[in-house]
Design a protein around this ligand. Structure first.
Ligand code: GLC
Length: 563
């Protein structure tokens, strides 16, 4: 029990019977790297089904699966050739149904990925558009345009692809088509009624099978400014959001992003989901700033959640994180939405590596062997501190597979093994995202660290990873896995997800301290230990706490008495 100097509430608790998506901890499964049952070195749906008990033991509420649909895998499945089929790499629709049934039996909800901004170049619509030729109705489902210059030899505008190079590719017949990502990911024309109808149908297809919701890929990109005007800004989903952008709102604002027209689509999708029982949810992947723009995606008649990348993008700096946390609640609360928290995903360097860089929390697009290497021990220590800070916050939180093991990125992948199109389209200037997509280590002394029965892994695992394997941490007090597990349990039993937040003062500038229900969270981002309140009972801590202080780069949860 401890006395506290508490300031007014930053965020009030939600109703105890709030919908699940207001407080859920959602675990991202990246199917190709989670668990491989078939033995080909690429993870699959049967592998996921077999490992679902791990997620129950860990204590998460839901799973989000990155794409497993039919795809030539030009962007690891974010190039969908058929939205209603499972790629043979990952199994069959029956495997999906079996996975979903098992997850539901285990009490886990399941969200799937929807990729509506673009299709694969192998999608029947794009193939038909190629065949039908200039001026055809088939081309109208995409963004085909004539080029500029005397004979149309210049692209229709100056937009760049987010993966590097021009955002336009020219066909042999002279027309150009737009692709904000890889040339094998042509952008759809969302002004076309057939495109809208098709995606509503795709939503129903998966809702009918029983999914609990959708993560919407590039949710800020589908509608473009009419006339597709030139733009001199720099497009990057990965780098576009940083502390400065968050502060002054100078991030992704081109004519290809965050157009008002996208909201009409989400209002329509909201109505589709509302036809189904069971609080189905949409979560926006929208890299927009400032946070007030993000709030527009989660207005009461649109999506239920949006990823809060402003938090992920903020450096390891207490005042900066405090102000992002405050802004996150202010904007989400203004529309009655929950905020979300996320530190890692399949597009960014894992937080255990980002926080081990000299500029802690900066966000390189991948780390290669020639780059500054993170301090692995320091990165892990801070990552655990950051996670305990995040899990103490009310709202919904996302975990990326393997962070419960404290995994760092593979920061020394040989270039010849890289697969991310961003690496190739930037001529290697950006190392790309392969380093955070390496197959998980399940058992320390099996080939491929237990990822696959044959020992094959589609990317090699770093040699340090045996020590991170699940079996090396399970049941080991103080391991990252056990810390995640106990903290998730406490978050649930203390109902922190639906709790409120009040800052606790008096800990100094390097500290983020707040109460959420009967828990005081003290995150010390500085180097100097911070004394704990006298008589405080420690509930959880990111490092071993000896004596009555929170060491540097660590977070502690304490029990407080509520009135
Ligand atoms: C999203 C995905 C990313 C993908 C891109 C294009 O940002 O998270 O992995 O490459 O969209 O679909």
């Amino acid at each position: 029990m401890t006395s506290l100097d508490i300031r007014p509430a930053v965020h009030a608790p939600s109703a105890p019977d709030a919908e699940w998506w207001r407080h859920a901890v959602i675990y991202q499964v990246y199917p190709r790297s989670f668990a491989d049952a078939s033995g080909d070195g690429i993870g699959d749906l049967a592998g996921i089904t077999a490992r679902l008990p791990h997620l129950v033991e860990l204590g998460v509420d839901a799973v989000w699966l990155s794409p497993f649909y039919l795809s030539p895998q030009a962007d690891a499945g974010y190039d969908v050739a058929d939205y209603r089929q499972v790629d043979p790499l990952f199994g069959t629709l029956d495997d999906f149904d079996a996975m979903l049934t098992r997850a539901h039996d285990l009490g886990l909800r399941v969200i799937v990925d929807l990729v509506p901004n673009h299709t694969s170049d192998e999608h029947v619509w794009f193939q038909a558009a190629l065949e039908a030729g200039i001026g055809s109705a088939e081309r109208d489902r995409y963004l085909f345009r004539e080029g500029r210059g005397e004979s149309g030899e210049l692209p229709p505008n100056n937009w760049e692809s987010i993966f590097g190079g021009p955002a336009w590719t020219r066909l042999a017949d002279g027309q150009w088509y737009l692709h904000l990502f890889d040339s094998r990911q042509p952008d759809l024309n969302w002004e076309h009624p057939e495109v809208r109808a098709e995606f509503e149908d795709v939503l129903r297809f998966w809702l009918d099978r029983g999914v609990d919701g959708f993560r919407v890929d590039v949710a800020h990109g589908m509608v473009k400014e009419p006339g597709l005007p030139d733009w001199d800004g720099h497009v990057s989903m990965i780098e576009g959001t940083d502390d400065e952008d968050v502060a002054n709102g100078s991030g992704n604002h081109g004519p290809m992003f965050d157009q008002d027209g996208v909201h009409e689509i989400y209002r329509a999708w909201h109505r589709v989901l509302a036809d189904y029982a069971g609080d189905r949810a949409l979560v926006a992947e929208a890299w927009v700033e400032p946070l007030s723009r993000l709030a527009r995606y989660v207005r009461p008649d649109e999506m239920q959640q949006a990823f809060n990348f402003a938090f992920l993008a903020t450096r390891w700096d207490a005042p900066a994180l405090r102000s992002v946390i405050e802004a996150s609640y202010a904007t989400a609360d203004s529309v009655g939405a929950p905020t979300t928290w996320v530190l890692s995903n399949h597009d960014v360097v894992r937080h255990a590596s980002r926080l081990g860089l000299a500029d802690a929390g900066s966000r390189p697009n991948g780390i290669g062997v020639g780059d500054e290497q993170p301090d692995e021990a320091l990165g892990l220590r801070r990552a655990r501190g950051a996670t305990l800070l995040m899990l103490g916050l009310p709202g919904s939180a996302y975990l990326y597979q393997g962070e419960e093991l404290g995994l760092p990125d593979h920061t020394a992948l040989p270039d010849e093994l890289r697969q991310d199109p961003a690496f190739f389209r930037t001529g290697g200037v950006e190392r790309g995202r392969d380093g955070c997509r390496v197959p998980l280590p399940w058992s320390s002394d099996e080939p491929g660290l237990g990822f696959s029965p044959t020992g094959l892994t589609w990317l090699p695992q770093p040699s340090s990873w045996a020590a991170y394997a699940l079996d090396a941490q399970r049941g080991v007090a103080g391991s990252t896995y056990e810390i995640y597990r106990s903290t998730l349990g406490l978050r649930r039993s203390h109902e922190l997800g639906t709790g409120g937040l009040e800052w606790a003062d008096g800990y100094g500038d390097d500290v983020i301290a707040f109460t959420n229900r009967d828990v005081l969270v003290v995150a010390n981002l500085g180097a100097t230990p911070v004394p704990l309140p006298v008589g405080a009972t420690v509930l959880a801590s990111s490092v071993e706490v000896t004596g009555h202080e929170v060491p540097g780069d660590a977070t502690v949860w304490l029990q407080v008495q509520t009135a």
